[in-house]
Design a protein around this ligand. Structure first.
Ligand SMILES: [Mg+2]
Length: 225
């Protein structure tokens, strides 16, 4: 490693809480409902279009902005209007692990800051994050668009190789790796991927609390803990 680590960038959804929580599926349901209610689409045309936008533009929101001129703030408020406590709860182990990591911890998410704050509060870990880089902060350009990462680095005043990034999506790590970041995939289900990690993934962990061990290994206990 050429430079000391300055930041650990954490994705939010399905990274800081388990993918089995069902929360993202519920948010996805609201994305579909938004397209039906606000844009008058039929239930059958929504799923293939969401899939298409996800692959071409990275997020449903970006596709809806480009092709339907939606107001991203209206969309973000709509899809995150959900009783989070029904899906996630406090994570004391994560709180302890984050407390040991002395490097600045940042949330880097395609969601809104408001949603991120609510999630962090319910998990009981908000005290560890002074900064949230949400999709608004990156000009409504989300991961995996390389521009989102460049804007995040600009906000932090950091170089790629000063950052460790943690995300549950392999495709979100590829652009990060290209910018020199150290990449950590949280894979709490896909065993096949763990056996054959991509070149773009430096570490694969089964749950987010294992990040403490990764930071310790990278810093050999020097500036990380
Ligand atoms: Mg995620």
């Amino acid at each position: 490693m050429s430079k000391p680590l300055k930041y650990v960038l954490f994705d939010l959804d399905e990274t800081l809480y388990p993918s089995q929580s069902g929360l993202m599926a519920a948010i996805g349901g609201l994305m579909s409902r938004f397209m039906e209610e606000r844009l008058g689409m039929s239930p059958t045309e929504v799923p293939p279009l969401r899939e298409h936008y996800y692959h071409v533009y990275g997020t449903t929101m970006r596709g809806l902005q480009i092709h339907h001129g939606i107001d991203p703030e209206d969309y973000l408020a709509y899809v995150h209007d959900i009783p989070l406590e029904d899906y996630i709860g406090p994570n004391d182990e994560l709180d302890r692990v984050l407390a040991k990591i002395k490097i600045e911890k940042v949330v880097f998410t395609n969601a809104s800051e408001d949603h991120a704050c609510r999630v962090l509060r319910i998990l009981g870990v908000e005290r560890h994050f002074n900064r949230i880089i949400d999709v608004r902060a990156t000009g409504y350009i989300g991961k995996p668009d390389p521009e989102a990462y460049r804007r995040a680095l600009e906000i932090l005043g950091a170089e790629g190789d000063e950052c460790l990034i943690v995300d549950d999506r392999l495709r979100n790590l590829t652009p990060a790796k290209a910018l020199g970041m150290i990449t950590v995939l949280v894979d709490d289900g896909n065993a096949a991927l763990r056996q054959n990690p991509s070149r773009d993934v430096d570490f694969v962990i089964g749950k987010v609390t294992e990040i403490g061990e990764v930071v310790w290994r990278l810093t050999l206990g020097r500036n990380g803990f």
